[in-house]
Design a protein around this ligand. Structure first.
Ligand code: BF8
Length: 479
């Protein structure tokens, strides 16, 4: 009895659950968790601003009904409730669409309205944007309610260097051009430089290792979310604009006072590092991406398609291989990127704003959806008829899976690398494929090897692979 794992097609669990039921149930729970994070993020901004849900983002069931859907999905997929894999998968796709409306799009619209719309600008990335001679403050997480007040307050202190981490950092980079020190996998490295006086975290993708790690250095860990508390951290809540201003002042003061505790050895070691800040062009959004030009390039064949490179970067995957794959594809595709993938592409010097465009944080995948909608409209077609693909090559979190299926629900083909959100060889994957094809005119592709993914992409776009890849085509699984 438990955990629900089955190794063969004919086997059933002690309770009678089949492999397909277990696979479908797991996918639904994954999407529910991802949607809960994004919809919660949007709701927290609404709570912060005291605003109401805008009409265009209100689901058919009324404001707040997205949370009921999430709750129903968890109920349905718990032990001994639903036993129909098709119903689970239907719900998963519905929830992914709701995630797009009430999570990604709503959070993006609220952030634009309250914290400013991104503008194209130069930015810098990686750990080298920390400064040995300054009080370094890193702001990390996903819900950027503090950052405007923090950036304003930081600008009053010439000795303070503010940097971002993860999606709060991507948001700060896009709107204010604040340097982005790290994405998810490198958040511990920021503290381990030994020259960060405070790390202020809000919510999501904040490693539980941070309190222990901060114990090893002088870094003060500050939490701001009522939901995401960390043991031993200083909690300075950000529940309103007034509180954001107060917390920003207190956090900066705490960090400035803490500089005296920095180890001179850590400072010396940091100065000896050879890594340089990586330049990038950032701040792209649906309003400044030159959709007419991209539509014209699609029409005249200058590019073969538009690819969204989204989601996490997994140290267990061939991250370098994926970066090379997108580098290669950028020769004849426009690539829009967000979240950790955007940081990783930037770290490799690829965010030049020519073919690969930084579109912000993971909730800002709503911007990709809007660009797709506009490109389809300019081309006189539907999203499903356009050469669009969203690739999520290393989906660590549930959020990445919800995002991928949101695009599939829009009619866009979606690629998932490992770990696959559903075993593509199960009957459940077959049901999902049929639903995507019949109801959403889309497909899902599962491929964990960058080279095989490239071969597949070349095959579907009709382009010849570069000479070194000829003869190396592998099987891929398209459902
Ligand atoms: O939401 S890409 S590891 S940081 S989940 Fe997290 Fe994955 Fe990074 Fe932003 Ni998105």
């Amino acid at each position: 009895m438990g955990p629900c794992r089955i190794t063969s097609e004919t086997q059933k669990g002690v309770c009678g659950a089949s492999r397909d039921l277990i696979a479908a149930r797991n996918l639904l729970r994954t999407v529910a968790a991802g949607a809960a994070a994004h919809c919660g993020h949007a709701q927290h901004i609404l709570d912060f601003t005291g605003g109401a849900m805008p009409r265009r983002h209100t689901p058919a069931g009324g404001a707040g009904s997205q949370f009921l859907e999430i709750s129903e999905a968890l109920h349905l997929s718990s032990m001994g409730v639903g036993a129909d894999p098709a119903e689970m998968l239907r719900r998963a796709l519905k929830l992914a669409a709701l995630d797009g409306l009430c999570g990604l799009s709503l959070a993006t619209a609220l952030e634009d309205e309250n914290f400013g719309k991104p503008e194209v600008k130069k930015g810098i990335l990686n750990l080298a944007c920390l400064k040995a001679g300054k009080v370094n403050i890193a702001v990390h997480g996903h819900e950027p309610m503090l950052v405007q007040a923090l950036a304003k307050e930081a600008s009053r202190h010439t000795d303070v260097n503010l940097v971002g981490v993860c999606c709060t950092g991507a948001s700060l980079l896009s709107t204010l051009g604040v340097p982005l020190a790290a994405a998810f996998t490198r958040q511990e490295d920021v503290i381990a430089t030994g020259i960060v006086e405070a790390m202020i975290v809000d919510s999501q993708c904040v490693m539980p290792s941070l309190p222990d790690l901060c114990e090893c250095f002088h870094t003060k860990l500050i939490t701001t979310s009522e939901l995401a508390r960390l043991p031993g951290a200083l909690h300075l809540p950000v529940r309103s604009r007034k509180e954001a201003v107060r917390t920003a002042k207190m956090a900066i003061e705490t960090a400035r006072r803490n500089k005296k505790n920095r180890s001179p050895r850590a400072e010396k070691e940091f100065k000896n590092r050879t890594e340089k800040p990586e330049n990038a062009v950032v701040g792209f959004c649906e309003d400044n991406i030159a959709a007419e030009r991209i539509a014209a390039m699609l029409k005249n064949g200058a590019i073969k398609g538009v690819i969204g490179a989204v989601g996490c970067v997994n140290p267990r995957a061939d991250a370098a291989g994926w970066i090379n794959a997108f580098r290669e594809l950028s020769a004849d595709h426009v690539i829009l990127t967000t979240g950790c993938m955007a940081f990783e592409l930037g770290r490799h010097g690829l965010l030049t704003g020519k073919r690969i465009f930084h579109m912000g944080s993971c909730v800002n995948n709503a911007r990709l959806a809007e660009v797709f909608r506009r490109l389809a409209a300019l081309s006189g077609g539907k999203i499903a008829e356009m050469p669009f693909l969203v690739s999520c090559p290393m989906p660590i979190t549930e959020k990445s899976v919800a995002i991928g299926l949101f695009f599939a629900a829009l009619g866009c083909d979606v690629h998932f690398g490992a770990p696959f959100p559903i075993n593509p060889h199960t009957g459940a994957a077959g049901i999902l494929a049929a639903m995507l094809k019949e109801q959403y005119s889309s497909a899902a592709v599962f491929e964990s090897a960058p080279g095989a993914f490239l071969a597949w992409k070349r095959a579907v776009t009709g382009a010849a692979p570069p000479p070194e890849r000829r003869g190396k085509r592998r099987e891929f699984v398209k459902i």
